[in-house]
Design a protein. Structure first.
Length: 126
């Protein structure tokens, strides 16, 4: 079972994503701010991370940088309600088609998750 970490400070969005992904059969962990995200990332071997860009005590780019500095290639999806900010433009350059603007349709994110996890599984199977 694939494990997904959701990092989102808005409880309603975090819970909606969590329930949606659990219904799809994923094991989901969640965090509401940057320190919780780092703790969860270190505690659980996640297969994918979904993170808001704007977090308390840090941001999604810092988390992405930390994740990419590890030994595993973990797919990362960014979400934001503020697409016209410097941070969002920076994330767009790094994430390309893996940055989603709130509000978004859960099916679109689920399709991207399935695509990324399928690629990741295929890459590790070789």
């Amino acid at each position: 079972m694939n494990k997904i970490l959701i990092v989102e400070d808005e409880r309603s969005i975090r819970q909606a994503l969590k329930f949606e992904l659990e219904d799809e059969g994923y094991e989901v962990f969640d965090a509401s701010d940057y320190p919780e995200a780092v703790s969860a990332f270190n505690a659980f071997e996640c297969d994918l991370i979904i993170s808001d860009l704007f977090l308390n005590q840090g941001d999604g780019i810092q988390l992405l940088t930390q994740v990419k500095g590890g030994t595993r290639d973990i797919p990362f999806i960014g979400i934001t309600a503020y697409p016209d900010t410097h941070l969002a433009h920076q994330a767009e350059k790094l994430l390309k088609d893996r940055l989603f603007i709130k509000p978004f349709m859960p099916t679109v994110i689920k399709d991207k998750i399935n695509e990324l996890l399928d690629k990741n599984t295929t890459a590790h199977a070789v």
